[in-house]
Design a protein around this ligand. Structure first.
Ligand code: MN
Length: 128
């Protein structure tokens, strides 16, 4: 275990399983939400160290869920990274404008993913 808890918000079961497997294998504690609403609830209850947020979610999408998390002083400090489809350049631009701490691209690169995630954890903890 790395001691870090990561919340994955993803409505696609196959993507969710892949990300969960990769992060669990890398030693992270993984919690999963399948909607924006559930993601917000779990972030408030479980205080993850990082949220990986799919942008395309039914009902409350990733941008709206980010807004709710940033409006709440309790969840505001949690870094939130958008997970966007590689082809959707508009999504990446939208994510950065919306205030996400960064983005990761789908399809997930299994070998590179843990290192990319680690970078988002460290960027908050070690500003240097
Ligand atoms: Mn989705």
């Amino acid at each position: 275990m790395t001691g870090h808890r990561i919340l994955v918000v993803e409505d696609n079961e196959r993507n969710l399983k892949l990300v969960r497997d990769i992060l669990s294998f890398a030693g992270y504690e993984v919690i999963a939400a399948r909607s924006g609403e559930q993601g917000v609830d779990l972030a408030r209850e479980q205080r993850p160290d990082l949220v990986l947020m799919d942008l395309q979610l039914p009902a409350m999408d990733g941008v709206e869920a980010l807004r709710v998390l940033r409006d709440d002083p309790d969840t505001r400090p949690i870094p939130v990274v958008a997970v966007t489809a590689f082809a959707m350049k508009d999504d990446r631009d939208r994510a950065l404008r919306a205030g996400f701490d960064g983005y990761l691209e789908k399809p997930i690169n299994v070998r590179a993913f843990p290192e990319l995630v680690r970078g988002f954890l460290h960027s908050k903890e070690d500003p240097a």
